[in-house]
Design a binder for this molecule. Structure first.
Ligand SMILES: [Zn+2]
Length: 261
């Protein structure tokens, strides 16, 4: 799954009028989030143009319809959240959706989180709240549950992580695998997610020819039924959301356990 797949997904939501208001983006790749905001608001018909005044202002976060919340310096304080809520209640300057972009959301203080809950539940019409975090485990469950979740692919500057496929095969065969660093571990989890997701799609009515030709999902044994794959996938996603802080061996054992259930 790459950046384009996420943009395609949002483009589909928009064309079917299904775009929600509150999204939690999990990962370390904030450029995708800005691109999603452009996609929602650019008047160009084909995704977004990147050239118009709106796109440029969104890119450098200086658009009058965007409110950017960041930790200052260590935590996001209740004052910033109150200010952002006030901002959302005002009429839009020109964008289709007024945007709150909340970065490093794991730094929300508990008062700030609580102050935000009502807005997340009943956001003003025509608003888009993008909450970003790379540390899902640091977020309050009440915030997580009120947002639709988007897992971003681990940012590797466009470098393919196919070299991790042999490690995936080893892992699935029960062989112990080691990683040089967190990035590699995150990349490994990400490929595993993609493989299981494709396997799930291939085994359900949603299957299409493009995915059936995908070579990678076939490395998963055929024994699993869709419900099992769904639960395994959920467990891997949970670990992926916390790849920065989990113990790698423990995490891999957890995945193996959920695969044996
Ligand atoms: Zn544009």
């Amino acid at each position: 799954m790459n950046q384009n797949k996420i943009l395609e997904y949002f483009s589909l939501l928009i064309s079917h009028n299904l775009l929600g208001s509150s999204y939690l983006f999990i990962g370390n790749n904030s450029t995708i989030v800005k691109d999603v905001i452009k996609l929602i608001n650019c008047k160009d018909n084909d995704l977004y143009c990147g050239q118009c005044w709106d796109c440029k202002k969104i890119e450098d976060l200086s658009h009058p319809d965007i409110f950017n919340v960041k930790p200052s310096p260590l935590s996001i304080k209740i004052e910033s959240i109150r200010e952002s809520i006030r901002f959302l209640s005002l009429k839009s300057f020109c964008l289709r959706r007024k945007v709150i972009l909340l970065e490093e959301a794991e730094s929300l203080s508990s008062e700030a989180s609580s102050a935000f809950l009502k807005t997340l539940e009943e956001p003003p019409a025509n608003s888009f709240i993008a909450i970003c975090t790379s540390k899902l485990e640091g977020m309050l469950p009440t915030i997580i549950s009120r947002c639709r979740k988007i897992f971003l692919p681990f940012y590797e500057g466009g470098v393919s992580q196919d070299y991790l496929i042999p490690q995936i095969r080893d892992f699935l065969r029960g062989v112990n695998v080691k990683f040089k660093n967190r990035r590699e571990f995150a990349g490994f989890l990400w490929i595993l997610i993609v493989i299981f997701r494709d396997k799930l799609v291939a085994q359900t009515a949603l299957s299409n020819n493009r995915l059936l030709k995908n070579r990678e999902y076939e490395i998963i044994p055929k024994l699993y039924n869709p419900a099992q794959i769904y639960y395994i996938l959920k467990d891997i996603l949970k670990i992926y959301g916390a790849y920065n802080s989990v113990n790698e061996n423990l995490a891999l054992n957890m995945i193996r356990l959920s695969m044996e259930k």
